[in-house]
Every structure is written in structure tokens, then in C-alpha cells.
Design a protein around this ligand. Structure first.
Ligand code: GDP
Ligand code: MG
Length: 177
């Protein structure tokens, strides 16, 4: 697609954040290349993985960010959030601790992003129903209370992966800019 100088108009940025091992890398690789890796290695530290996607026939730059040790990377933080129009905050429905710390990530997002940024809470690994540790209603309630979109996904069986990346809010916000 065509892009303005600096890419403001058609190149929009979606960031995926959380601690390691909730499924961020796989979420992106499933969406972008329909690939799933059972043994992908979690990266410790700041990891940038960028992938160009085509959504609504527009070019979208999606980035994954692993944020362990973030305090040491403040400068990176600012650069990372610049120009972001959408964020996926991912937790793992089979690990309670990843849900309990969502608030911390929200605080960080609210500090660095402006109010027009679309935020979606994503409960990943919903295929792991037998070891579920976070009820779907808890996810919904938190999202409602914080004004976030909400979705449960499974990268393993592809549930809602496309929907999470292509939510209408991203498209709407892009049009307004
Ligand atoms: P990241 O550290 O957040 O980028 O997480 P990864 O994408 O590397 O995934 C961590 C581990 O969880 C890997 O072993 C994946 O195979 C696994 N995983 C990711 N998504 C899912 C999912 O939806 N269901 C299941 N069962 N496993 C998943
Ligand atoms: Mg990763």
C-alpha cells in the first residue's frame, strides 16, 4: 500500500506485551504465517520482533515486546510506544499470575500511550480448558472495568487469532487519523 512520509497514514503499529511464555511470539507467527511452534523459546530481556502484516489491505507493522527488566530500558520504552494505535495485552488463561499482573501493564500503557490507543485484553491458550486458572468472566469483568476490548484466543487451534489482530477498533482509529 502507499505510505506517507514517516508512514503515518497507512503504516500503523500494534504492540503485543506481557511477560514471557504467554504466547506472544506464536500469536504473531500464527497470524502472519499460520505457523505454531510448540517449543519456541521465551526470550528474556527486551525482545523486539517485527512483522509486516496486511490488514484491511493496509500495511500494519506489528511488534512483540517482552518486557522483563523493563526499568533498565526506559529509553527503549518511549521509542517503542511512539505511534502505536493498538495494543494486545496477553495473559495465559492457565496461569493465574499472568492475569494478576495485567494491571501493572495497563498502568504502563496508560502512562505512555494516548487515549485513542485501542487496547485489547487477550486471554491466550483457551485450548487448555482442563487446566484453566482464570475464568472467562473474570477476563470480561476486568476488560469492562478498564475499558478494554476482550477476547480469548488459542494459537494452538487458531481460535480468534485473526479477529484479535483485525478488530474493528484498530481500523476505525486508523481512519480517524
Ligand atoms: P512468548 O514468550 O509470550 O512470546 O510465548 P511463546 O509464543 O514463545 O509461547 C510460549 C509457549 O507457549 C510455547 O511453548 C508455545 O508453544 C506455547 N503456546 C503459545 N500459545 C499457545 C496456545 O494457544 N495454546 C497452547 N496450548 N500453547 C501455546
Ligand atoms: Mg516471545
Amino acid at each position: 500500500g502507499s505510505k506517507g512520509e514517516g508512514g503515518e497514514e497507512y503504516l500503523f503499529k500494534i504492540v503485543i506485551i506481557r511477560d514471557f511464555a504467554v504466547g506472544k511470539s506464536n500469536l504473531l507467527s500464527r497470524y502472519a504465517r499460520n505457523e505454531f511452534n510448540m517449543h519456541s523459546k521465551a526470550t528474556i530481556g527486551v525482545e523486539f520482533q517485527t512483522q509486516c502484516l496486511e490488514i484491511d489491505s493496509k500495511e500494519v507493522k506489528a511488534q512483540i515486546w517482552d518486557t522483563a527488566g523493563q526499568e533498565r530500558f526506559r529509553a527503549v520504552t518511549f521509542a517503542y510506544y511512539r505511534g502505536v494505535v493498538g495494543t494486545l495485552i496477553v495473559y495465559n488463561i492457565s496461569r493465574r499470575t499472568t492475569f494478576d499482573s495485567v494491571g501493572r501493564w495497563l498502568d504502563e500503557l496508560k502512562t505512555h500511550c494516548d487515549k485513542t490507543v485501542a487496547m485489547m485484553l487477550v486471554g491466550n491458550k483457551c485450548d487448555l480448558e482442563n487446566i484453566r486458572a482464570v475464568n472467562i468472566d473474570e477476563g470480561k469483568s476486568l476488560a469492562e472495568a478498564e475499558g478494554l476490548f476482550f477476547m480469548e484466543t488459542s494459537v494452538l487451534d487458531s481460535t480468534n487469532v485473526k479477529t484479535a489482530f483485525e478488530m474493528d477498533a484498530f481500523i476505525e482509529i486508523k481512519k480517524e487519523r
